[in-house]
Design a protein around this ligand. Structure first.
Ligand SMILES: [Zn+2]
Ligand SMILES: [Zn+2]
Length: 259
């Protein structure tokens, strides 16, 4: 589970591309954007990446014994390896889904997650804007199943990179082409779907917890279609009714937010 320079480069490349696309074909104008918001979101995003790198290094250095329930993820055949890899990634995506649901349902965790939801604009800088303690909780929900089920380190590393790039994409102020979006949404969480999750209308806030795969929201009845939102999909009111809107947040003020 070591962080690689190539992983960071992939993340930076995705960030650069999405920033350009947000300028060229934005979903909606960035009326709520302010320099203070960009700075705070960027600082929290860098903290998230650094904290994950440190935690990965700490886990590697500690050389913790894997509990390994013996699921036999290792395989010789390419096809068998690919199927097992996807199964392992789906398992990690399920534990990420569970972590996200708990963030909304347990008051002390929601107090942390408010930092993410209080953003009155949703764009690529919102993706990794989270309380550092939330980053720690989310890391635990990946590290524990990796150790429990003996998931190969390269599979876990792939999940973390795909998950981080996906977080940037889902929050980007962009929309997939109208014809493509429902096709992608049959399997994967789309940017439109995650925008529903940032609605200040609580039944919509408490929906679409999925990270990469859509299936867990479908199976556990937390799915809300972006085609059936209270407001038009390109004009969803972001933020929280329980927190005063502030599009010029300070870092300390944001971390001290109470719901
Ligand atoms: Zn959430
Ligand atoms: Zn989000």
């Amino acid at each position: 589970m070591n962080i690689q320079i190539t992983d960071l480069l992939i993340l930076v490349a995705a960030l650069g591309l999405l920033l350009i696309l947000e300028r060229v074909v934005p979903l909606r104008p960035s009326a709520d954007a302010s320099r203070a918001r960009y700075v705070v979101n960027s600082v929290l995003s860098v903290l998230t990446v650094m904290l994950n790198a440190l935690l990965l290094a700490a886990v590697a250095a500690a050389d913790l014994p894997a509990i390994e329930l013996g699921f036999g993820w290792e395989s010789d055949g390419a096809l068998e390896g690919a199927i097992k890899g996807i199964a392992a990634i789906a398992l990690l995506d399920f534990t990420a889904y569970v972590a996200h649901v708990l963030m909304h349902k347990i008051p002390v965790l929601w107090r942390l997650h408010v930092v993410h939801h209080a953003d009155t604009m949703v764009d690529v800088t919102t993706g990794l804007r989270q309380h550092p303690v939330e980053a720690l909780v989310r890391f635990t929900f990946t590290a524990v199943p990796v150790m429990m089920f003996g998931i190969p380190p390269e599979v876990a590393a792939t999940y973390r990179v795909v998950s981080a790039v996906n977080a940037l994409l889902e929050h980007a102020n962009l929309a997939l082409p109208a014809r493509l979006e429902p096709i992608v949404r049959a399997v994967l969480v789309t940017p439109a779907m995650h925008k529903v999750h940032h609605s200040r209308f609580q039944p919509e806030t408490d929906s679409n917890y999925g990270n990469i795969f859509l299936i867990f929201d479908r199976l556990l009845r937390t799915y809300r279609s972006p085609a059936k939102t209270r407001e038009p999909a390109n004009n969803i009111s972001y933020g929280l009714d329980t927190v005063a809107d502030n599009n010029r947040p300070s870092l300390i003020g944001l971390l001290a937010l109470k719901n």
